[in-house]
Design a protein around this ligand. Structure first.
Ligand code: ADP
Ligand code: MG
Ligand code: ZN
Length: 610
């Protein structure tokens, strides 16, 4: 697909450029171009020429003598203290004149030095803006320098377009969208029975799950023109500009029907209109225009509007009512199968060894979005190049999963021995608590190589299959695992460090969710006390309960985490020999795999009870 981008510079930039060029032109170029050539000669040459009577006209100025010969060529020489000068010139028959060089008439000189450059620049500007408009895919009249034009880029029909095959997983979304494609291919079938096509479909889901990609794929499959514009491109400095762009976009789309209009990140203009004083007039006008346009056109003509957002709850309800974006297409994070499929799609473009186990990579990359998976494949390829290999290996892929999760290895960060020891015990603490509880995901790998993300080490647990429900016990075990690092520090070194901050955060979030959203406490029961507001972007929550309840929740959360911490501490205390043996191994090798871990764990003799 050929995406045509329109270069846009602020207007001010052009004016400054023109001014600079004008000054340059007048001070350097104009004198060169328009003044006649004057040859400088020395005084003896001047005298010789007077004697030979070669001088036609002469003009004595304050500090130089200008003269011309019979052919009209101009010369000049410096003025000397020469008392016989006048006499000599008179004798040579030269004509004394007051103006040798024909000066340009003032009007002409004004025209050449000021008017002409301005004309050239205006002409150039017109030409450029015309070109931009043509590229932007429409011939409609534009305001000066293309202001107020829609920036919709037309994706030209092309056989190399993105197809549904390029989007792995997301089968439900593809199914819904293929109906739209079918409609664009033969609208008759739908007309006959009296079915109307939905005017718009809204793709919602977390970032990087392929919403933009899916919209492009719809256009590629339908093989119709594709207008793509980002919601933020409607947002202009002046009130009314955005609305003008919306009008323009729909006008162009109607001319090109059947076609697809895709508004990416629609929340930039489609946010809820609220009655706040000092609200955003421009944005509301733009939204109103969009609503009007969506009502105004006839979907049987074949204009389908797709939009994407990762904040559906912030959209204005008027946008979502039937007749506007009435189809909602969820584009969720890929499941295990989806992840594997996405890895395979992207691995097609790189040279890999034959025996890659994509399933294992997909399992390790649990929770990764499509964009992250694409990135993982690319990182693996880069790693292969860095090592001077021609094929990507399984190890490359697994290492790049870690890079995406935890950042690059910091090669030159030196931890002191003492710190390294603390980190080793901390990580083994997590892993050992996980291993000694039932229903915990097995340990896959532990490393204590510092990462660019700031992590000094981490423990990677990989689920065997996929999990959709978590029991209360599993959640509690997770919290215990999070606290295991700190417990090990306290148990072994009798002092605690800052290394557990991330663990504490995660444990707290989980514990709060158990109580306020999952109804897993005896005290509060099944009452929702927190609401998820931004489910696709990190999942912020807002508390919806009285202040007393809130403080009581805090107490229950504290008790829950504290109980799990003590459980973890006891587990580590009971398995002290294993903890020492594993931490020693990790300290020496910096990395330990799941198999090595289980091996040492099972071989170390249990503690002798006194
Ligand atoms: P968003 O949902 O934020 O719009 P994009 O569609 O821009 O995400 O996806 C970004 C990139 O991630 C795509 O260009 C593609 O390389 C990759 N990607 C995401 N989802 C998928 C998928 N389901 N199949 C293949 N590639 C995907
Ligand atoms: Mg996108
Ligand atoms: Zn930790």
């Amino acid at each position: 697909m050929n995406e045509v981008k329109k270069p846009r510079q602020p207007l001010m930039f052009y004016y400054l450029l023109a001014l600079a060029a004008l000054v340059l032109f007048n001070s350097f170029l104009a004198p060169l171009l328009f003044s006649p050539r004057v040859t400088e000669v020395d005084y003896s040459e001047f005298i010789r020429m007077t004697e030979e009577k070669k001088i036609a006209e002469v003009m004595v100025e304050e500090n130089q003598i200008l003269f011309s010969d019979a052919d009209g060529a101009l010369y000049k020489t410096g003025l000397m203290d020469d008392p016989e000068l006048t006499q000599r010139l008179y004798a040579s028959g030269a004509k004394f004149s007051s103006q040798i060089v024909e000066e340009m008439s003032p009007i002409l000189s004004f025209l050449i030095s000021w008017a002409l450059p301005i004309l050239i620049f205006v002409g150039l500007g017109q030409y450029l803006s015309k070109k931009m408009v043509e590229k932007a895919g429409g011939g409609a009249g534009s305001m000066m320098f293309g202001m107020g034009k829609s920036n919709a880029k037309v994706y030209v029909k092309s056989t190399s377009g993105i197809k549904f095959d390029d989007v792995a997983g997301e089968d439900e979304a593809k199914e819904i969208l293929s109906e739209i494609v079918d409609f664009l291919h033969n609208p008759k079938k739908y007309e006959q029975i009296g079915a109307k096509m939905p005017k718009g479909a809204l793709l919602v889901g977390p970032p990087g799950t392929g919403k933009t990609l899916l919209a492009k794929a719809v256009a590629g499959e339908a093989n119709v023109p594709f207008f793509s514009i980002s919601g933020s491109e409607f947002v202009e400095m002046f009130v009314g500009m955005g609305a003008a762009k919306v009008r323009d976009l729909f006008k162009q789309a109607n001319e090109k029907a059947p076609c697809i209009v895709f508004i990416d990140e629609v929340d930039a203009i489609g946010g809820k209109r609220d009655g706040r004083i000092g609200g955003n007039d421009e944005r509301e006008q733009t939204l109103n225009q969009l609503l009007t346009e969506m009502d105004g056109f006839d979907s049987s003509k074949g204009v389908v509007i797709l939009a994407a957002t990762n904040r559906p709850e912030s959209l204005d309800p008027a946008l979502l009512r039937p007749g506007r974006f009435d189809r909602r297409v969820p584009v969720e994070l890929p499941d295990l199968q989806g992840r594997e499929a996405i890895l395979r799609v992207h691995a097609k473009n790189v040279q890999t060894q034959d025996n890659i186990d994509y399933g294992a990579v997909a399992r390790a990359a649990s929770g990764a979005s499509g964009a992250e998976l694409a990135n993982i494949v690319n990182e693996a390829a880069l790693r292969a190049v860095r090592d001077g290999r021609r094929l990507v290996t399984q190890a490359d892929l697994e290492e790049s999963v870690e890079v995406i999760i935890a950042g690059y290895q910091k090669k030159n960060r030196v931890m002191s021995d003492k710190e390294k020891m603390v980190v080793a015990y901390h990580e083994i603490g997590h892993a050992l608590v996980a291993a000694k509880q039932s229903h915990s995901a097995p340990v896959h790998k532990i490393t204590i190589i510092p990462r660019t993300s700031g992590a000094l080490g981490y423990t990677m647990q990989v689920e065997e299959g996929e999990h959709f429900l978590l029991t209360k016990e599993e959640l509690e075990n997770k919290i215990a695992t999070f606290t295991g690092g700190r417990a090990a520090e306290a148990l072994i070194f009798k002092q605690i460090t800052t290394g557990a901050s991330n663990d504490i955060e995660q444990a707290t979030r989980l514990a709060r969710a158990m109580i306020t959203r999952y109804g897993m406490s005896d005290e509060f029961g099944m009452v929702a006390m927190e609401q998820l507001t931004n489910q696709y972007l990190g999942g912020d929550t807002t508390l919806a309960c009285s202040a007393e309840t809130a403080s009581r929740i805090d107490e229950v959360v504290r008790n829950l985490i504290s109980a799990q911490y003590h459980k973890a501490y006891d587990i580590l205390h009971e398995n002290l020999p294993q903890l020492h043996a594993l931490a020693k191994y990790l300290y020496e090798h910096e990395t330990i795999t799941g198999d090595e871990f289980m091996d040492i764990l099972n071989k170390t003799p249990p503690q002798l009870t006194e």
